[in-house]
Design a protein around this ligand. Structure first.
Ligand code: PLP
Length: 393
């Protein structure tokens, strides 16, 4: 095993050196050693990939679909995505110039930020939020400006947005994520229209992470691009809608002027996504069978959400209105204090239920826990039994 020459540490990117290991992963590792623990920590679907997608990948392999695809992704997948955006969200994106297929939504976030940021540039990020946005901004030498939103619903209000813009008039972009990881809360059409009115007065690029758009339980998902098409880039993908996290298919849709630059950054980094994975995603976005598969998963999530919400409420937790995704963001019962890390650690070690402390998602999350219901009903029932026992002894 080669041992690195010690002096090489000085050769490394200093922004990267500042990136700390993700709290969530460190915590998850620590509590995973608890025997027989029930995990409500996982941020990925527990369903198998729909048959229609698996078969498409198998066909692609058998047809020797094994060459460099266009950097923006296969034409078939871009057409399927264009159909999906029109059919579900009434948004028109040209597959030729306005859609790029990425390696999961993760690369979509990175490629977008990389395209926009120079060292020192600011990005507004409402919290609590998915921690990767700030990590990537910092890694690129930018400054993540967190904008804490307020309980109980954690939606960015027009007043909070205005105050953040006034305090950071030269910020380059704002990241919105709805339905939200970690809160499960999404924005209504009216709320988005109000935010869009304010954003239209600025030159902020709206990076709109809509990876959970197909998991909205009340009403329909609306994108802020409906109100602000010229300055919004939508990030989405097959990971959640198709239960295909391991296939690594995401996408970006936006105005051609932005997409052209993003496409340059993206293709330099990855050349092109994998052919069989792209083939698998085509029916998820472009076929009735794919739509039905997503709807079946959504119905199961909804049943679990309803169960978990009612049981946790009875146990004294306050639940942020969980209208989408597969997370509940719950406030600790009044008699349990506000130290979410201590509570989650005890619940894991003594109660054998794993959750994620809310403060790991940034300001505003203190005193909360994130619970994922991307796990079986049996596991959720067992978790509730154990949480009940834990609180009672
Ligand atoms: C809000 C949000 N954005 C992006 C991602 C990353 O998605 P992908 O697996 O497609 O890279 C996740 C994954 O959990 C997420 O929660």
């Amino acid at each position: 095993m080669p041992e690195m020459k010690p002096n090489l540490t000085a050769n490394m990117n200093t922004n990267l050196a500042k990136v700390k290991p993700a709290n969530i992963l460190v915590f998850d590792k620590e509590i995973s050693s608890v025997p027989d623990i029930v995990k409500l920590t996982v941020g990925e679907p527990d369903f198998n990939v729909p048959d229609v997608a698996k078969q498409a990948a198998i066909n692609a392999i058998n047809n020797n679909d094994s060459h460099y695809a266009p950097g923006a992704g296969s034409v078939a997948l871009r057409q399927a995505i264009s159909h999906f955006m029109q059919d579900r969200y009434d948004l028109t994106y040209d597959p030729e110039t306005e859609i790029t297929v990425t390696i999961g939504a993760t690369e979509a976030i990175f490629a977008s930020l990389f395209t926009l940021l120079n060292p020192g540039d600011e990005v507004l990020i409402p919290t609590p939020t998915f921690p990767l946005y700030a990590t990537m901004v910092e890694m690129l030498g930018g400054k993540a400006i967190t904008v804490p939103t307020a309980a109980p619903n954690f939606a960015l209000s027009p007043a909070q947005l205005k105050a953040a813009i006034n305090a950071h008039p030269t910020a380059k972009a704002i990241v919105l994520n709805y339905p939200s990881n970690p809160t499960g809360v999404t924005y209504s059409s009216d709320e988005l229209a109000d935010l869009a009115d304010i954003l239209a007065q600025t030159n902020l690029v709206v990076i709109s992470d809509e990876i959970y758009s197909e998991l909205v339980y009340t009403g329909r998902h609306v994108s802020i691009a409906k109100f602000l098409p010229g300055q919004t880039i939508i990030l989405n993908g097959a990971s959640k809608a198709g239960a295909m996290t391991g296939y690594r298919i995401g996408f970006i849709a936006g105005p051609a002027g932005l997409m052209q630059r993003i496409g340059v950054a993206h293709s330099i980094m990855i050349t092109s996504p994998s052919d069989p994975a792209m083939a698998a995603a085509v029916p998820i976005f472009g076929s009735e069978a794919g739509r039905q598969a997503t709807l079946e998963m959504k119905a199961a999530y909804q049943e679990r959400r309803d169960y978990l919400t009612s049981r946790l409420t009875k146990l004294g937790f306050t639940v942020a209105t969980p209208t989408g995704a597969f997370y509940l963001f719950v406030k600790l019962p009044a008699d349990q204090g506000t130290d979410d890390v201590a509570f989650a650690t005890r619940l894991a070690k003594e109660g054998q239920v794993a959750t994620i402390p809310g403060s790991f998602f940034g300001a505003g999350g203190e005193g909360y826990l994130r619970l994922s219901y991307a796990t079986s009903m049996e596991n959720l029932q067992l978790a509730i039994q154990r949480i009940t026992n834990f609180l009672n002894h």
